[in-house]
Each structure stands twice: as C-alpha cells, then as structure tokens.
Write a protein that binds this ligand. Sequence first.
Ligand code: SF4
Length: 160
Amino acid sequence: MPEQPAEERRKNFNEVALGYTKEDALAEASRCLSCKDPKCVEGCPVNVDIPGFIKLVCEEDFSGGAIERIKGTNALPAICGRVCPQETQCEALCVLGKKGQPVAIGRLERFCADYERQTGVKVPEVPEPTGKKVAVVGSGRRAYCRSRPCKTGGAQSHNF
Ligand code: SF4
C-alpha cells in the first residue's frame, strides 16, 4: 500500500498509509479465486461476504455494490479495514496464503469505504419504530454490527 514518505509524514499528523488507488484495488481484487467454500469468511468475526464484495470490486461496482455487500454484516468498514487484525482473521485463512500472499482483504475493504466517503455516503433509511426492543450484549464491533439490522428493521436496540 502506498505510504507518505518519511520526510513528509514527520511534518503532519495524517495517516501514514495512503490507501489503494483504483488500479491497486482492481489488481488486488483480481487475485481472489472466488472460492466455493471461502475460508476467509469463517475468519471474519462478522462474516462479511468477502468473495462477494471482492467480485463487485472487480466489476468496478465500488460504492453501489461492494460497500453495500460489506455493510450487510459490517457497519464499520472504514474502521475495520484499518484496524482489524486481518493477518490473524480473514487473511490468515485465505487459501492463497498457503503458498504465497493472501488476498489483502482489509485493504480492499478500506478502499471501498474510502471510495464511498469520497463519492457520497448513502445514509440508510430508518423505518418507523415497531415498538420492539432488542438487547445486544457487548460493546465491540461484533455487538455493534449485530445491533444495526435491528435498527434497520425498526426495532430499538440497546447494547449492554
Ligand atoms: S479464501 Fe482468499 S481466494 Fe478464496 S474467496 Fe477468500 S479471499 Fe478469495
């Protein structure tokens, strides 16, 4: 992933990593084999449809398709693409990692989230409350992501 040169980054507080360009993302996404039994998904704590969103990246459907596919189970793609330990989760189980480099799933996720932010984030519609309540135990990303479908389904969720 491209980075700020050391001489520049020592003078600012911006991110060191600059993120993928569109060309980088397309090249990396083209490495995915679209496995029938994708082990990478088993390694993801929120079970993102990884081959599904990567296929949409290959089709250059970044913000309409790929980011929506990720958000189906992960409400925090820009954060997870940056701070999740992919090397011990999804990427650790990528079949390509057995003989070489796994697909850079986190970097592709980050690219999709950043692309959406730069081109216009679609704020999900909030339906009328149904009056139902759901308790979600935990305050980590998995718990937060689990509470999102409740909200989009009209239920009120509370994290404990
Ligand atoms: S295991 Fe690797 S190659 Fe297979 S679908 Fe997942 S990211 Fe693609």
